[in-house]
Design a protein around this ligand. Structure first.
Ligand code: ACO
Length: 336
């Protein structure tokens, strides 16, 4: 049976490290508050000359190198980001230009923290259908240029880091589903009822006469706004729900999964899910402590870190789940 599998991973974070105490020097917050509420200890933020596509290209080049393939073999590039280089065209076009791959399909996914799962799902369909053989998926974010880094914006600004992760997804013929690497399933969901519980309002055509005006800037509508409690409540409901569905569809139990690589919005969210499913600590691979929430980059960063740490090995069964703005959520189960 024709399926897709992850051939390789790659990641990149910019060199500028900001510990919680560095953030506390910018706004009224503390290392203790951030650690206790979120688990975050540090994050990396870009300098003024670095864009989302710059981070994405670094991660993509590492994934290409690790796949041991020539970039000319790539049929399509998918870039998931909520922090694009420019309003348009999509960041995938900038990544494509910098990689030197003119002519192939380039697609942006705007599903925030669930962006990587959506991208994986879409790429999987293109490969299963036989349309493409190799697809480069990049999750990349530069949050630091889009947040209010003063006390006013502290509820959001402490949570996010910049970074990029990438995978090369390739076609594979699965002979034995119990041993061969492949994507078993992906599930993607959204509920736009909650679109404005976590959003950046401006610029946008939903803002009256102008996409952005002086009043928008005065009222700081260019910065993300989050109803943290509502997001938390929905995350701890939807992530277990989609995970359970994915397990049931594949006739699996949580015990069958060797490693869980969840989205990293808050360590407390992932701890609650682990507790609910009785997942032992060593089976959950968390990176939020080091990188904070890197949104669409989070899961591919986690996969790459897990591979390099020797925690993710060939033949292992892996489960991912994510939840974020939209609201959007989803899950994937794959044999490494
Ligand atoms: N430092 C210090 N104090 C702060 C900070 C800060 N950075 N931010 C807020 N506070 C204060 C608040 O003002 C409030 O003070 P008050 O009690 O005097 O009013 C107090 O701390 C408590 O704030 P809460 O919002 O109640 O804190 P809570 O325990 O809910 O934690 C958090 C906040 C960490 C944001 C949590 O709600 C959360 O993790 N939510 C989910 C985030 C998430 O999943 N995001 C989704 C992905 S992002 C995406 O898709 C783009």
């Amino acid at each position: 049976m024709l399926r897709s599998k992850i051939l390789s991973t790659g990641m990149y974070v910019p060199p500028n490290l900001f510990k919680n105490n560095d953030i506390a020097a910018m706004m009224d917050t503390s290392d203790e508050w951030i650690r206790q509420r979120t688990g975050i200890e540090q994050r990396y933020w870009v300098d003024e000359n670095t864009s989302t596509s710059d981070l994405g290209v670094e991660a993509a080049n590492r994934a290409l190198k690790n796949a041991g393939i020539d970039k000319s073999e790539i049929d399509m590039i998918i870039v998931a980001t909520l922090s694009p280089d420019h309003e348009f065209p999509g960041t995938a076009c900038f990544v494509q230009k910098k990689l030197g791959l003119p002519g192939i399909a380039a697609l942006d996914i705007r599903q925030q923290c669930t962006g990587f799962i959506y991208s994986l799902s879409i790429a999987d369909q293109f490969i299963r259908s036989g349309t493409y053989k190799k697809i480069l998926i990049v999750g990349a974010e530069v949050h630091s240029k889009g947040m209010d880094k003063t006390t006013r914006g502290r509820d959001v600004a402490v949570l996010f880091g910049d970074g990029a992760g990438a995978v090369v997804l390739g076609a594979t013929v699965v002979k034995d589903a119990k041993t061969d690497s492949h994507i078993l399933s992906t599930h993607i969901h959204a509920d736009g009822t909650f679109a404005d519980e976590l959003w950046t309002q401006a610029p946008g055509t939903g803002n009256g006469k102008d996409r952005i005006n002086e009043q928008d800037l005065l009222e700081l509508r260019q910065y993300p706004k989050m109803n943290g409690k509502t997001v938390f409540v929905h995350a701890v409901k939807r992530m277990p729900e989609t995970l359970l569905n994915a397990l049931q569809v594949n006739s699996l139990t949580p015990e069958d999964i060797d490693l869980f690589v969840f989205h990293q919005a808050n360590l407390r969210i992932n701890d609650m899910i682990a507790k609910q499913f009785n997942i032992p600590e060593e089976k959950v691979f968390n990176t939020i402590q080091k990188y904070a929430n890197t949104t669409a980059a989070t899961i591919p960063i986690g996969l790459d870190e897990a591979v390099r740490a020797g925690k993710l090995k060939k033949g292992m069964l892996v489960a991912s789940a994510a939840f974020g703005s939209g609201f959007t959520w989803g899950s994937a189960i794959y044999r490494w």
